[in-house]
Ligand binder design. Sequence first.
Ligand SMILES: [Zn+2]
Length: 425
Amino acid sequence: MNIRFYNARILTMEQGCDLIRGELWTKGERIAYVGPEKEAEPGTVWDEQIDCQGNVLMPGFKNAHTHSAMTAMRSFADDMPLQEWLNTRIFPLEAKMTEQDNNDLTKLAILEYLTTGVTAIFDMYLSPKDIAQACIDMGMRCVLVSGLNKFGPSVKEMENRYLSLNRLHPLISYRMGVHAEYTCDRGLLEEVSGLIHQYRAPLFAHLSETELETRECVERYGMTPPRFFDSLGLFDFGGGGYHCVYFTEEDMDLFAKKGLHIVTNPGSNTKLASGIAPVGRFLEKKINVAIGTDGPSSNNCLDMFREMFLVTGLAKLLQKDAAAMDAREVLAMATVNGARAMGLADADILAEGKLADLILIDLHQPNMQPLNNIVKNIVYSGSKQNVKLTMINGQILYRDGRFAGDVDPEAIYRKANEIIARLAG
Ligand SMILES: [Zn+2]
């Protein structure tokens, strides 16, 4: 598809949050032009020309940590401490989930991502090939990450997935990962380290999410989770951690030195009372910080607008400083920093040659007026109701409240309700 977006404000995110007036062209899955209004080459045939009416075109949000198929458990078990919630409510249900369930439930999450302007996800969950298929079928860009732990899959299986899923489809890639220190034993982690070294691959994991996890790891190994992982060579080729709430200064120095990424999950950390990650400190240490929603049963929504507000609000609270964590930094975390953490170098900014993963933010709504500062409006007063259009890989998948193609949201909702009724029955 050749699409011309004109009469737009464009937030390229190439250098900070400066807006330009102009147009953006897509050709196939890539951006062919971004800049001031100009005439197309004679003979150019547009599939569509979209008058943006002064609205904002920007890179789509990168949800840098999620477990999409946990949509089944949304509002099923809440208001419980994390370990009790996992052990008594979540793990028993997950044990009954089928591969088809994973596929169907991921589709429900994708509908939500499209409505909230998410154009790529970093997804850790069971049966990644079924998640991948749901993403391919619905056009979502997905970086899968292994959630390996002592209950499964095997390291060999992770290797097979690494080899096959990285070749499957242009929308799909796969990273090595483990669920967390507390769900793996040392032998397993050593085996994973062997594989990391064989493929020179980065590794991601839930890291220092709760005080209990961090304390128990120190009791077991005499080291915090990041230092323990590093001592096994698990970060020798990069990677990073999700949550990272209880990071010590040494943990941060390690992440800074090794160029590791942190994905902060403020909605989940708030709802599960895990704590507040010292995100301001991470930035001072020049660590790349991205944002994720975590799964829809610990959040319970997949809305990057809410996460962005929480990132800045919690940093201000933690630091007791209203000047902490400027909106521009938060918007970068939700877009370019996420792309960096996920290894999506071609889907980070709006520029010629980059992948056409973009969203159109509607300014013609009360919560976005007046236009004193559009970036602050997006972070502080914006919401998913302002997402007018979501494009991934050059395909418009959502526009003006409707999903493109033959997507039947009601059928997907029905299926999700049937699945949770069966799993909980
Ligand atoms: Zn998680």
